[in-house]
Write a protein that binds this ligand. Structure first.
Ligand code: SF4
Ligand code: SF3
Length: 546
């Protein structure tokens, strides 16, 4: 049967090969095709920007932001709204065509940069041979091009978060545009694409460092924090995703309203920042990782604000309580947009919350987190002492994403099976598999140290580099640290490329290796970086912990 779409960008892709009829995530084929077209048009826009840069002309930052916002909207589970994606294609073509006139030597521009058309022709273009993953015929080039594209999508999301806080870096934007342009260049061979992959990792580190600076300078350094898992008596608003600025604006606007604000999924990490602690109505964390949202949003009873991925197509029973903003979108769900100053008006959500019942309690208790770099550095003496005395034998980095596949139970079982003298370093929603298991502590140091969101994996890298320095080692791989990372969507791809750029070797990636790695590209990653996947808990405990 002919493909209606082709997408293999996430870990849950159909049969570990590709979604060809409809997305396992719920993405419809027409949305998948329009997202492919958006990526094509965005590469075209990036090529115009790149050429202007090369010619020494100034590229407005609004254009860089558009490139990032577009890529962000195509991340798994971010935006399911055909109209929103189609409008983005139109906006992108408008931006391209106004800038292209300024390019002196148009002969250097690829076809995507010169393409322009009306919306009624978009579907035909999207289905053409020039657009989409399968437009690259060579399997290895396709694999590397997509690996880079997905890394850039993750990077784009992180740059977007930094930019809304006023932190931007022209060099990183310029690389983003150079990278996207090179993905349109058929003359690049496999070796050049491998070099571009590594360079993407270098800029991944820079992008995560920028976001870390943006978050910590704006909201303070994360600190050890107990986060309540229960509920209060007021009606509430649940905030999910990664955008701290959205949360801040909502907290400001809910002051004195009698409405509490709870976090869900990746937003949990907001509790660790000092600046958010002043809000008395900032209640606690409700529920778990993204994939449990159907039952948890149902039970929450009040409005839910999705600031970023990951949206699961909602049930009708709570669809009118699901709100989107930023890169996210879902047909039939209301969206809050920012004004020209970046201000968002959440009054409609607050008004809806006031008419809702308080959330239904799912659990009681608390979790402890906030172990980002500065907090861990403050504990460095204690940690080093515990390593020297043998109380801590190994650190296991278990960062990344959670997901709904049964095979991911592996991560809970692996965490439970770890010897008591091991400490888990985590970031991202992967933690929900083991952060509530009560794994105890080692001399007051919790056995699960949560640095925060997936982008805070940067913190874990800084912690590793600090330990390397303290122990006087030459190579970060000599540390007693093993990496057992779970991935799902494209932010995990940039995290992985960033770790490789920092010289980390022998990362185990699961629960399956990406479908977009061709056998040759997978071999290259194995031979050069020791990348492997997972096996059984028993075998992996033996091989990783010994
Ligand atoms: Fe399939 Fe994942 Fe693409 Fe959704 S994002 S269509 S599940 S590969
Ligand atoms: Fe999770 Fe979507 Fe990736 Fe940010 S929220 S780690 S999956």
């Amino acid at each position: 049967m002919e493909n209606k779409m082709f997408c293999f960008q996430c870990q849950e892709t159909a049969k570990c090969q590709g979604c060809t009829i409809v997305g396992v995530c719920g993405k419809k084929p027409e949305v998948a095709l329009m997202q492919d077209l958006l990526v094509y048009a965005t590469k075209g826009l990036a090529a115009v920007a790149y050429e202007l840069n090369e010619e020494g002309a100034e590229v407005p930052m609004a254009l860089d932001r558009l490139v990032c916002a577009n890529l962000f909207a195509t991340i798994t589970n971010a935006n399911f709204d055909l109209e929103a994606i189609t409008s983005r294609v139109e906006d992108t073509l408008r931006a391209s065509s106004s800038l292209v006139e300024q390019v002196k030597d148009k002969s250097k521009l690829p076809a995507a940069a010169l393409w322009n058309d009306k919306r009624e022709n978009f579907a035909t273009k999207a289905a053409s041979d020039e657009v989409g993953v399968l437009s690259t015929k060579d399997e290895d080039k396709r694999s590397l091009r997509e690996l880079i594209t997905y890394g850039l999508k993750g990077l784009a999301a992180y740059l977007h978060h930094a930019s809304v806080l006023g932190y931007e870096d022209a060099d990183i934007y310029a690389f983003m545009e150079e990278g996207l342009t090179k993905l349109l260049d058929d003359s690049l061979d496999v070796n050049e694409l491998v070099a571009l992959t590594l360079k993407t990792g270098d800029f991944g580190v820079k992008g995560m460092a920028l976001l870390d600076k943006a978050n910590t300078e704006t909201y303070g350094n994360p600190e050890i924090t107990k986060v309540d898992l229960g509920v209060r008596k007021n009606p509430g608003i649940l905030v999910s995703g990664h955008d701290l600025k959205d949360l801040e604006q909502l907290l400001e606007q809910t002051q004195g309203s009698g409405v509490d604000v709870y976090t869900h999924g990746e937003m949990l990490a907001a509790h660790y920042y000092p600046k958010f602690k002043k809000y008395e109505n900032f209640a606690g964390n409700y529920g778990n990782a993204w994939w449990k949202q159907k039952e948890e949003f149902e039970a929450f009873a009040g409005p839910v604000l999705m600031t970023t991925n990951c949206i699961v197509p909602p049930n009708d029973s709570y669809k009118d309580r699901l709100w989107t903003t930023g890169a996210t979108g879902y047909p039939g769900c209301r969206k809050i947009t920012a004004d020209e100053k970046g201000r968002k008006d959440f009054s409609a959500i607050i008004a809806q919350a006031k008419k809702c019942q308080p959330p239904k309690e799912l659990e009681k208790g608390e979790i402890v987190g906030g172990f980002a770099h500065e907090q861990v550095f403050a504990l460095a003496d204690k940690v080093v002492e515990a390593v020297k005395s043998g109380a801590i034998k190994k650190f296991v980095v278990m960062a990344g994403c959670d997901g709904r596949q049964k095979s991911r139970e592996y991560y809970a079982e692996f965490a439970k099976a770890l010897p008591k003298d091991t400490v888990i370093l985590t970031a991202g929603c992967a933690k929900y598999k083991y952060i509530k298991l009560g794994l105890g502590d080692i001399g007051g140091i919790p056995r699960v140290l949560d640095a925060g969101q997936c982008n805070d994996s940067y913190s874990l890298a800084l912690i590793a580099l600090k330990l390397k320095e303290v122990f006087g080692l030459d190579d970060v791989n000599e540390l007693p640290i093993v990496y057992n990372i779970a991935w799902y969507e494209q932010k995990a791809v940039i995290v992985l490329l960033a770790l490789l750029a920092l010289g980390v070797k022998n990362i185990h990636l699961g629960p399956t290796l990406p479908a977009f790695l061709s056998p040759n590209v997978a071999k290259l990653l194995v031979e050069n970086f020791g990348i492997g996947t997972i096996s059984t808990v028993e075998d992996d405990i033996k091989s990783m912990i010994g």
